[in-house]
Design a binder for this molecule. Structure first.
Ligand code: ADP
Ligand code: MG
Length: 613
């Protein structure tokens, strides 16, 4: 007799459950997605013991008709697609039609539902895949699903569950992601009776960010807005100061579905490359809209992994969307009193001082009003370089909402504003032979001279490199350099690349070269050392698929070329440094992502000195 049999439906469902239903968080994800598909405006989730003993998801969506209640628990039952062609254009969250069947196979489920059109609802109880009871009941419109004793009949799964608190953590993570991606829906999560999160559902994603991550984060994000006709990207890109050491704070949505994609993660990394230190990951919330035909969400049962028909286009769009946002909006970081310390103070609304003579209302030919930034002409002050002790001058105090308005209405972005600031600010002096101190209005600015110079050098080198116009200088007495065979070969092979970096050389005898030209603008006179370091670096990093690591080499050269910390600078040198800094694309971080300048506001100083409480 043959040994192949057809599995009974219940066993098949248990196996299917293994694919999608791993833990309470995955049950909740499926239930909440059903509630979203049902057009709900508010969804509330309750869990006990991390969801292991109890889960309840209630929505105010379309509900289910009496006839559908039982069918919904059958495998491959779905109201969302009718045939395979629909898979190409799917816009709902669910469509595999197996979630309810799978969940009911491994737990006790009670579902209560009513459609707006009917005056009574229905209730169904299913345990371990068996329908125990179906009957009419009174209930509000919408659907409530209660799950008890998850994995009671699959001990192997049960054993893999983690501590209640860990499971609760997974639940709150998944709800946070879904809530962020659906700001038009209000989400409420309670665990063991205590509120965990609650979003307003007012369609404003920044409000959702505020509810989930708090004030500090929601204040430190830049708007992302990008549209190239095929991909539309909106959302928020965190400023470098809120970067974290894991990717947990990156949420990406494709047509509202929370997804994970290596292509998108690397595009984010690439865009933040010179803004963040190594191993730091930006806070990012990105909503990508594209034609559903161009993306396959059915790669994995959990529908979290996606495949794009053109990964490269997606990479470029995400990269550009974030880069634009960072360049337009990032400025010098404002240092505020430590959060811990702050809680000791009585909090007052955040204020910012804005001098009105900085903006001017302009009416253009079409009669459209706009505000323009008018830089003030810097005039030497009598006590230009002496200590300045000033009393409070009456200034216009602007509260946070007004501040936000100012930020969006004024035509100058914080980045442009800060570039002007670098040119216009009064130089107070240099401290610790490392930091340049500046003051403008009510802000004290500290510039790290090495980081600043590194950024200048990097951008200059890069611009020349890209235009293939190296900053090269021929040496009066060329230098002979002896090498190993491997080094010599490498230099022969890559002489073009070295030429673009500013090094020119000829072969000279066996395994030695004559160095004739080296990059200009160096701090170091030891050109041999610089040359060998670049050579070592390139030999070590080797050639990748995408060619020589040009960017990294340029960082390294910029670092070598930059003025070191611990060097006293004369006032004209400082001026030149600041002027050059104000001209580069991104003056606010060194190429390794460390800040090159920070700001301290008078208001915060006053708070620290408790002049303001
Ligand atoms: P899928 O979501 O893939 O269609 P499910 O097993 O998750 O499959 O759900 C089966 C069907 O049950 C859905 O297609 C839908 O018609 C109905 N359903 C499930 N949950 C709800 C809900 N909260 N509100 C209204 N209908 C629901
Ligand atoms: Mg579903």
């Amino acid at each position: 007799m043959g040994s192949i049999i057809i599995l009974d439906e219940n066993t098949a469902n248990k196996i299917a459950a293994g694919e999608v239903i791993e833990r309470p968080a995955s049950v909740i994800k499926e239930l909440v997605e059903n509630s979203i598909d049902a057009g709900s405006g508010s969804i509330s989730i309750e869990i006990k013991n991390g969801g292991i003993s109890y889960i309840k998801v209630s929505d105010n969506g379309c509900g289910m008709a009496a006839d559908d209640v039982e069918i919904a628990f059958e495998r491959h039952s779905t109201s969302k697609i009718r045939n395979a062609d629909d898979l190409d254009t799917i816009s709902s969250m669910g469509f595999r039609g197996e979630a309810l069947a799978s969940i009911a196979a491994v737990s006790s489920v009670q579902l209560v539902t009513r459609t707006p059109g009917s005056n009574q609802g229905n209730r169904i109880d299913v345990t371990g895949g068996r329908v125990m009871d179906v009957k009419p009941t009174g209930c509000p419109t919408g659907t409530t699903v209660k799950i008890k004793d998850l994995f009671f009949n699959t001990p192997a799964r049960f054993k893999f569950l983690k501590k209640d608190a860990t499971e609760a953590g997974y639940v709150s993570d998944i709800i946070s992601r879904i809530a962020l991606g659906n700001p038009h829906i209000s989400f409420k999560l309670t665990a063991n009776g205590a509120g965990v999160l609650h979003t307003p559902g007012n369609s404003d994603q920044l409000s959702a960010i505020f509810s989930i991550y708090g004030k500090e984060v929601s204040k430190a994000v830049n708007v992302v807005a990008y549209d190239d006709g095929r991909l539309k990207i909106t959302g928020f890109a965190g400023r470098p100061e809120i970067a974290r050491s894991s990717r947990t704070y990156q949420s990406v949505y494709i047509n509202r579905r929370f997804i994970k994609s290596k292509t998108i993660s690397s595009a984010i990394d690439e865009a933040y490359n010179t803004y963040l230190m190594k191993n730091k990951h930006a806070f990012v919330v990105l909503n990508i809209e594209l034609n559903p035909v161009l993306v396959d969400v059915n790669v994995h049962p959990s529908k979290m992994e996606v495949k794009f028909s053109n990964e490269q286009d997606v990479f470029k769009a995400v990269y550009n969307a974030i880069s634009n946002s960072l360049q337009q909006q990032s400025g010098i970081r404002t240092i505020q009193p430590e959060a811990k310390e702050r809680s000791l103070f009585k909090m007052t609304p955040e204020m910012k001082t804005v001098k009105t003579d900085y903006t001017q209302t302009v009416i253009d030919a079409a009669g459209k009003k706009s505000e323009t930034f008018i830089p003030r002409v810097r005039e030497p002050e009598p006590n230009e370089y002496g200590p300045e002790i000033k009393c409070n001058t009456p200034e216009l105090q602007v509260h946070s909402e007004q501040e936000a308005q100012y930020m969006t209405e004024a035509s100058d972005t914080p980045s442009q504003h800060d570039k002007i600031l670098l040119r216009e600010a009064r130089i107070i002096g240099q401290v610790f032979s490392t930091y340049i101190l500046l003051q403008q209005e009510d802000e004290l600015i500290l510039v790290d001279q090495h980081a600043a110079h590194e950024r200048i050098m990097y951008e200059e080198l890069k611009a020349r490199f890209e235009k293939n116009e190296p900053m090269s200088q021929f040496m009066i007495s060329p230098l002979s350099v002896e090498l190993t065979y491997q080094e010599f070969e490498f230099l022969q092979e890559h002489s073009m690349f070295f030429g673009r970096l500013g090094f020119q050389y000829d072969g000279f005898g066996t395994n030695s070269i004559i160095l004739r030209a080296v990059p200009t603008g160096r701090e170091t006179d030891n050109v041999r050392e610089l040359f060998l370091e670049v050579l070592d670096f390139l030999l070590k990093s080797g050639r990748s698929k995408s060619g020589m690591p040009a960017d990294e080499t340029l960082y390294m050269m910029a670092c070598k070329a930059a003025v070191k910390a611990n060097r006293a600078l004369e006032e004209p040198e400082v001026r030149t440094l600041l002027d050059r800094l104000s001209e580069v694309e991104n003056p606010y971080t060194c190429p390794h992502g460390r800040p090159s300048a920070i700001k301290l506001r008078k208001y915060d100083l006053e708070k620290m000195f408790k002049r303001i409480v």
